[in-house]
Every structure is written in structure tokens, then in C-alpha cells.
Ligand binder design. Sequence first.
Ligand code: ADP
Ligand code: ZN
Length: 216
Amino acid sequence: MNLILLGPPGAGKGTQARFLVEERGMVQLSTGDMLRAAKDSGTEMGQIVADVMARGALVTDEIVIGLIREQLETVEASGFIFDGFPRTLAQADALNDLLAEKGQALDAVIEMEVDDEALVARITARATCGACGEVYNDNTKPIPADGKCTNCGAENQFKRRADDNEESLRTRLMEYYKKTSPLIGYYYAKGQLSKIDGLGSMDGVKAAIAGVLDNT
Ligand code: ADP
Ligand code: ZN
């Protein structure tokens, strides 16, 4: 079972991907996480992408396709969750080819629908645990008063992303509407698209995704 989680920044793709990893043993391939790791590694590629990401622009297709290719060539899994990839039509075509080379196919594309007002509110309130990646939100799941991560117990490791500010978010939304949203029509036409309401509770969204996967 190979799945794409599609949706604007802040739609909750990463949160839901983590559930699928825990509960179904799928492997999450997040190009955002891979790029942040490249950035932290201090390599030449890391320096190039750091600036692009901080602005909220898209990294080149060549770089992200290369990252995904490397993962698909080395990791075996019963299922992949593509989170934040593909983001352009060229990336979508490349993904088809890469899966075909592996003798695999895409089984489902789930579009998480969330309105723009909610996205801005969610993203500017977001924080994660630097140790385990647990996601917190000032409004719905605040950072614990004792400073300890509820998931892994790490103390005061909470981080906010450099691109989770209003200006960069506006660019990310613009990029989403210009370059990524055409994928909705693309996968619809291929008969692979399912839409779910991304605005519900975490458990509600989780159930909606389970509903799609169990009927695929
Ligand atoms: P979000 O979905 O919240 O915007 P991500 O972690 O998926 O966050 O991505 C963060 C940034 O990484 C993007 O704004 C972009 O600069 C870069 N990025 C991630 N995935 C891709 C991709 N598939 N193509 C181009 N750039 C990407
Ligand atoms: Zn943690």
C-alpha cells in the first residue's frame, strides 16, 4: 500500500503520517524532513536548500526527486507514505516512474482539505519536540508546563520551524496553489484521489484516512 498525503502546509500531513507509521508499520517519506536534515548536516546541498526553505519557496525538482529516489532504492517497506511529495507535476511523473522501477504502484492519494484561515492559525502556533518529532500546538496541545515531552520525556527540546512565520507561510501557500494544487486534478483524473475533511479532530481525521485505506 503506497499512499500520498496531499494538502497545503499545515493540513496535518506529518501528524497523520506518524499515526500510520505507528499503527500500520508503514514508512514515512517526508521530503520536508529530509531537506531539514540536509540543512542541519552542513553540506553544500544543505546550504542551498536552507535559504529556499526559509523563504517558503520550493526546492528544485531535481533535488527532491533525488532524495526520494535514494530512499526508494534503499528502503524496503510494506508501504510508503509520501508526505510533502510530490509537490509539482514533474515530481508526480517521476514518482510514477520510480515506483514502476520497483515493481510497485501508487494505491491512494488522500487530499486533506483545510481552509486557509485555519492553516495560518495552526502553523503560527506550531512547535515540535526536537528529540522525537512529537507535534505541539499552542491552542490545541500546548507544550507541557514541566517542559517534558509527553511522548519521549526529553526536556526543553521544543523547536519552532524557521519557516513557520506569517511571511514565509504566505509564500508556501502561494506555491501550493500555483504548483501543487494541480495535482488534485491530476490524481482525480487518474481515479486515485480521495478527499477528506482535514479540519476535524486528530482522531476524526485519522478515522477518515483509515476509512479510505481500508476500502482501497
Ligand atoms: P509544510 O507542508 O508544512 O510546508 P514541509 O516540511 O513538507 O512543510 O516542507 C517544508 C519546505 O521544504 C517547503 O516549504 C519547501 O521549501 C521544501 N520542500 C519540501 N518538500 C518539497 C518538495 N516535494 N518539492 C520542493 N520543495 C519541497
Ligand atoms: Zn519528544
